[in-house]
Design a protein around this ligand. Structure first.
Ligand SMILES: Nc1ncnc2c1ncn2[C@@H]1O[C@H](COP(=O)(O)OP(=O)(O)OP(=O)(O)O)[C@@H](O)[C@H]1O
Ligand SMILES: [Mg+2]
Length: 159
């Protein structure tokens, strides 16, 4: 599924719609170059997961992981500063894939082997200063109904 976003607000809004339909145990893998909008999308996801506006969602570059209180706990991971998979494992990555929470991972391609079989893959690329190409894939066994809902909300976004 492809969305062309023409502003940060549009990307945030797409994240919010996706966040509204995600539930416990969902993992969102964000892949894309510097400044492509991974954190902006994560802000929208957090909003859709009912994280309060008082909880500031930014790149967790120092903490590696930020946790927010939403409808379910939301873990926001940024692997940018990591050397790779071994460091991620050493940091207790397994615990982040909380079955009771939603995990959002920036630079997920760096830890691709660690991603669960079922995840939402969002790939972002820069077209020009305001335009982003966003590809959404449902990887692994997603229920038919959820697939349909996500397909629908992505279509609305494109319209
Ligand atoms: N359509 C758009 N969607 C998202 N961001 C956009 C868009 N147009 C412009 N921008 C700008 O691009 C930047 C995206 O920044 P963001 O921090 O989300 O990127 P990132 O992928 O998380 O980068 P990093 O790899 O440094 O963490 C913001 O400054 C935002 O305002
Ligand atoms: Mg970021």
């Amino acid at each position: 599924m492809l969305v062309i976003s023409r502003s940060p607000e549009q990307t945030r809004d797409l994240g919010e719609r996706l966040g509204r339909v995600l539930g416990k145990g969902s993992v969102v893998a964000l892949v894309g170059e510097l400044g492509s909008g991974k954190t902006v999308l994560a802000q929208g996801l957090a909003r859709g997961l009912d994280v309060g506006p008082d909880e500031y969602v930014s790149s967790p570059s120092f903490a590696l992981v930020n946790e927010y209180r939403g409808r379910v706990p939301v873990f926001h991971v940024d692997t940018y500063r990591l050397y790779g998979v071994s460091e991620m494992v050493a940091l207790g990555y397994e615990d982040l894939l909380e079955p009771e929470g939603v995990t959002i991972i920036e630079w997920a391609d760096k830890v691709r082997e660690l991603l669960p079989e079922r995840h939402l893959l969002v790939e972002l690329s820069i077209v020009d200063s305001k335009t982003r190409r966003i590809t959404i894939s449902l990887v692994g066994p997603w229920e038919t109904e959820l697939r349909a809902r996500i397909g629908e909300l992505v279509n609305q976004e494109t319209a």
